[in-house]
Design a binder for this molecule. Structure first.
Ligand code: QAP
Ligand code: CO
Length: 173
């Protein structure tokens, strides 16, 4: 599979992703390819919709204390449902589909979710810190929501201006 990360303002990023029903070889190949592209592009989280597959699946690989991304810590999260959330935290977020732009976003501090793994086994996960933030960011993708959609009117305007300028500079270089 040759995968490309789609970037804002691609309208496909606004699609609501569909539930995964078949935990088959095709899904496994997609997840494997998503992992390669995420590592190659220095990402810590990637939703299937970002590679133009509108299914309720994403991966997250949070770096460890040595700031290394260990594949042993890779989480493949399919059909997630948040069953509990608490607290409040802000973090300077980015997104592989909105390259080179980062903004402070408010999220819940901890989340508990039910999800399925690549074999369809049902699991429960309690997440905090960066993992909790990443999970909320990725679940938003499944609903067609980008972190920039959460900005205030003023900050969104600033983003649109900066992003357009960046694209122009990229074209002329
Ligand atoms: C989502 O984001 C996330 O602009 C994953 O030039 C965000 O992996 C998880 C990236 C905040 C936790 C906290 C962004 C790479 C990667 C860029 C990413 C870029 C290169 C973003
Ligand atoms: Co993202």
């Amino acid at each position: 599979m040759k995968l490309n990360i789609i970037e804002y303002p691609d309208k496909r990023l606004k699609l609501k992703s569909k539930e995964v029903k078949n935990f088959d070889k095709r899904l496994h190949l997609l997840l494997d390819d998503m992992y390669s592209i995420m590592i190659n592009t220095n990402g810590i989280g990637l939703a299937a919709i970002q590679v133009a597959h509108p299914i309720r699946a994403f991966i997250v690989n949070i770096p460890n204390e040595e700031d290394e991304q260990d594949q042993k810590n890779l989480l493949e999260i399919i059909n997630p449902v948040i069953i509990k959330s608490a607290g409040e935290t802000t973090y300077q977020e980015g997104c592989l589909s909105v390259p080179k732009f980062y903004e402070e976003i408010k999220r819940h501090k901890t989340v508990t979710l039910n999800y399925q793994d690549r074999e369809g086994n049902r699991k429960t996960l309690e997440a905090d810190e960066l993992l909790a933030i990443a999970i909320q960011h990725e679940i938003d993708h499944l609903e067609g929501i980008l972190f920039i959609d959460k900005l205030s009117y003023g900050r969104r305007k600033k983003f649109e201006k900066e992003y357009k300028r960046m694209k122009k500079e990229k074209k002329s270089s």
